[in-house]
Design a protein around this ligand. Structure first.
Ligand SMILES: Cc1ncc(COP(=O)(O)O)c(C=O)c1O
Length: 372
């Protein structure tokens, strides 16, 4: 944890680059919009903090806006959330192996942890470790609703594993989890609603199948930023795990999430104006792939307007300037929009949280790079 007090009050142009910028007005608007949506449904929001890697300020803002608890993907993220004073945490992932299970039950001594399972041996191991540590863990059985990543098959396999969980000491069976990642980026936005409704109907039918067999279900946790509206409208779903809505990126926006705005950008500096033939149309910047994830495409250019990024190598980016773009000089700033918020945030130590171009806060990103 560094002392950032000397950076508060600086203007954007005074920051060293590459720097990850967060527009507070935009983030707060996204936060309010999502909170307003969930205020009028019985379904609760349990935001996924993989987006910002458990950044404490953002996690607490989400809880203060009405979230029922938080979701994370990694034990390391859960540990950071608990260390920042957060009590109700879902690890929407399988926690496997003696070392990690030890960490899991240890964390459960400090907070109310919930974890997903899809394997009988794993259930028994968690139960034994929880009993040895004298703690109780909340468990969701993960069901595969078409994403074909983790999860047991719906209906009978989900019932069998749920029965096992209810029979094991020191485990509190809560219900079901399922993630519909098949209906996100790669699906035509026009097909997203019918396809996700089909997946959720399987999940809800599995819930009813278990209830008919005498298994009480109090939580059914699912969905994300692309599909929360479809899931939240269905009776039988109780929690939504959306995360990216808070800060957004170009990919989510271009693939059909229009009700939230992009709060992130990366500030860079022009480091060279090439002198080779044709080079006058280009500027080289200090933002490369180590400062901007491009798995979903190259970033956009917010400034200078009209320029485009043509390539990113590891520590360099190449901007093609248009006739209309202001011709930047070496040392001038550029600002890029982000095509993958989740992975780009993981490349930075801190957010510069700006309002009107002035640094209002600097937030360390404690979970960045932590995947254990
Ligand atoms: C288990 C789980 N839940 C929810 C989400 C949704 O997150 P987002 O809001 O970023 O789409 C994801 C995304 O990968 C996930 O893996």
């Amino acid at each position: 944890m560094y002392d950032h007090s000397y950076e508060v009050g600086l203007s954007k142009d005074e920051l060293d680059t590459p720097a990850l910028l967060l527009d507070l007005d935009v983030m707060e608007r996204n936060l309010r919009r999502m909170a307003a949506y969930f205020a009028q449904t019985p379904v609760k929001l349990r935001p996924h903090v993989k987006l910002h890697k458990a950044t404490p300020a953002l996690s607490h803002l989400q809880l203060n806006a009405g979230a029922v608890g938080l979701t994370c993907a990694k034990l390391a993220e859960a540990e950071l959330l608990v260390a920042s004073g957060i009590h109700d945490v879902l690890i929407a992932n399988q926690i496997v192996g003696a070392r990690k299970i030890q960490r899991l039950v240890n964390l459960s001594a400090q907070a109310d942890i919930m974890v997903t399972v899809d394997n009988a041996d794993n259930v028994r191991e968690i139960s034994q470790a929880a009993a040895a540590r004298g703690v109780e863990l909340r468990i969701l059985v993960e069901v595969n609703i078409g994403h074909n990543r983790c999860g047991v098959a719906p209906f009978e396999p989900a019932l069998e594993l749920s029965r096992l969980v209810t029979s094991q000491p020191n485990l509190r069976y809560m219900g079901l989890a399922a993630y519909d990642g098949q209906n996100t980026i790669k699906v035509d936005p026009a097909e997203r609603e019918p396809k996700s409704l089909e997946a959720y109907r399987t999940l809800i039918a599995t819930r009813r199948y278990l209830e008919d067999a005498g298994i009480p279900i109090s939580i059914v946790s699912t969905s994300g930023t692309f599909t929360y509206r479809y899931a939240a409208a269905l009776e039988g779903v109780t929690e939504i795990q959306a995360g990216t809505y808070l800060l957004m990126d170009n990919t989510f926006r271009d693939k059909g999430v229009t009700e939230f705005d992009c709060a992130l950008s990366v500030l860079g500096t022009v480091t060279s104006r090439p002198s080779y033939p044709g080079g006058e149309r280009f500027a080289i910047i200090d933002v490369g792939r180590k400062a901007m994830d491009i798995a979903w495409g190259l970033p956009g250019v917010l400034s200078p307007t009209g320029a485009v990024v043509t390539s990113l190598s590891q520590e360099h980016g190449k901007l093609q300037l248009s006739e209309a773009s202001i011709t930047p000089r070496v040392g001038d700033n550029v600002e890029l929009s982000v095509s993958d918020a989740n992975n780009t945030i993981n490349l930075y130590d801190k957010f510069y949280a700006l309002r009107g171009g002035i640094v209002e806060a600097v937030w360390d990103i404690p979970g960045r790079g932590k995947s254990t």
